[in-house]
Ligand binder design. Structure first.
Ligand code: HEM
Length: 375
């Protein structure tokens, strides 16, 4: 897919497609996708869904001009598959029927990703603008696909989308420095590094303000009981018609967004290697392929700490820590207060390690002060 890091960050260059235009047989996916929130209220939704004739992706690859179509095809199928397996109020299910499993696996292979709905399908490709002349921001965007008839779910997704749009400046600043370094490290001036850090800081400040808006239109009760279960993991699921052995995949989580991993690699924050940070690293498999490649390139970039002014370097770390702190409070409000097992969306003991991440972000500052420790 074509990336426009400077203007769009990790969102695609073009706005997502909002309907499938691959031919009449594909209309069924739009129809079932749009009806999914109603279907999932019915006890016999699984009976209905396993009879839907889902046409295979019609090409052996993804032609350049059809990327938005391929993404929407994956969004619709990914939502339907997760709705089928994780339907609220129904017994656990460990078999995805052939009519859904085969086409989902085929498009997932072409997208070079696991066959489950991830952050890309849930947020990055799942929005439209009301007014194309206005920015990608709350108030001007809506979702294309949902699990439930609750605006709270739209809001949850759309907050992520605006954050991704705001991150364009971060991605552009980092990619710009990377390009200068590629020409020759001697070409990199302290002024360029500081100016990139300033851009990151301005964008992070706006991102934190948007993250703080989560409770404006999202109830913690509804999130936890009504729509969070749908983005849960697939545990020991047989993809019928594809493989006989049960297989497990992580659920959708903001940990599959590339923004914080990009900044972590750029700032070279030495997070301790443990089971939990390995989980975060594992989340990269669920990111779009070109984002994974960019993360690897930024990981290989020279450390800019020595070239930066202490004040600007520390300001970015403090903003990252603030983002993680606000986020930590949402994790408490929306999840931890309600369950005993402290398991995150991806099946991790997240409270402990979300806290480590905040502390380690501050510990990397030049001034050596660790700031506030989360209570
Ligand atoms: C009610 C709102 C939210 C809740 C309850 C929540 C919950 C969680 C949980 C439980 C994890 C642990 C990951 C896992 O279990 O796999 C996580 C990680 C993460 N989430 Fe969220 N999240 C929320 C909103 C967001 C938003 C809006 C973003 C913005 C992109 C985001 C970005 C992240 C990131 C980057 C991580 C990895 C940890 C880090 O790097 O600090 N989350 N989230």
């Amino acid at each position: 897919m074509k990336s426009c890091y400077a203007t769009r960050g990790f969102l695609a260059c073009a706005d997502p497609a909002s309907e499938l235009t691959l031919g009449e047989p594909f209309e069924v996916l739009d129809q079932v996708g749009r009806s999914l929130p109603s279907l999932l209220l019915e006890n016999d939704a699984r009976d209905y869904l396993l009879k839907v004739h889902v046409p295979d992706w019609p090409y052996i690859n993804i032609p350049d001009d059809l990327w938005p179509q391929a993404c929407l095809y994956y969004v619709r199928l990914g939502f339907i598959a997760s709705g089928y397996i994780n339907q609220v109020g129904q017994p656990a299910c460990h078999a995805l029927p052939t009519n859904l499993a085969r086409p989902l696996c085929k498009i997932a292979t072409l997208l070079q990703r696991p066959p489950i709905l991830s952050y890309d399908g849930y947020a990055l490709y799942n929005w439209k603008r009301f007014d194309l002349k206005k920015p990608v921001e709350l108030g001007n965007i809506d979702t294309l696909q949902n699990f439930v008839h609750l605006y709270d779910e739209h809001w949850f997704i759309l907050v992520h989308v605006e954050i991704e749009a705001l991150a364009a400046d971060i991605v552009d600043a980092v990619v710009g420095l990377k390009a200068t370094l590629n020409k020759g490290p001697q070409d990199l001036t302290a002024k360029q590094v500081d100016s990139a850090l300033d851009r990151v800081a301005v964008a992070m400040t706006k991102i934190i303000q948007v993250l703080q808006r989560i409770p404006d239109k999202m109830s913690d009760d509804l999130y936890f009981a009504k729509f969070r279960p749908y983005i849960g993991q697939f545990k020991d699921v047989v993809y019928q018609g594809v493989n006989i052995e049960p297989i497990s995949f992580r659920g959708e989580t903001g940990a599959q967004s590339s923004i914080m991993p990009l900044l972590t690699e750029f700032m070279k924050i030495p997070h301790q290697d443990n089971k939990l940070t390995r989980h975060l690293y594992d989340m990269r498999q669920y990111m779009p392929h070109d984002h994974r490649l960019l993360l690897a390139e930024v990981r290989a970039m020279q450390d800019i700490k020595m070239c930066a002014s202490d004040e600007k370097f520390d300001a970015v770390l403090e903003l990252m820590a603030c983002f993680r702190e606000v986020h930590y409070h949402w994790a408490i409000k929306y999840i931890a207060r309600r369950c005993n097992d402290q398991q995150g969306t991806g099946g991790t003991p997240f409270m402990r390690w979300l806290k480590f991440l905040i502390e380690e972000t501050r510990a990397h500052k030049c001034d050596g002060s660790h700031g506030t420790v989360v209570a």
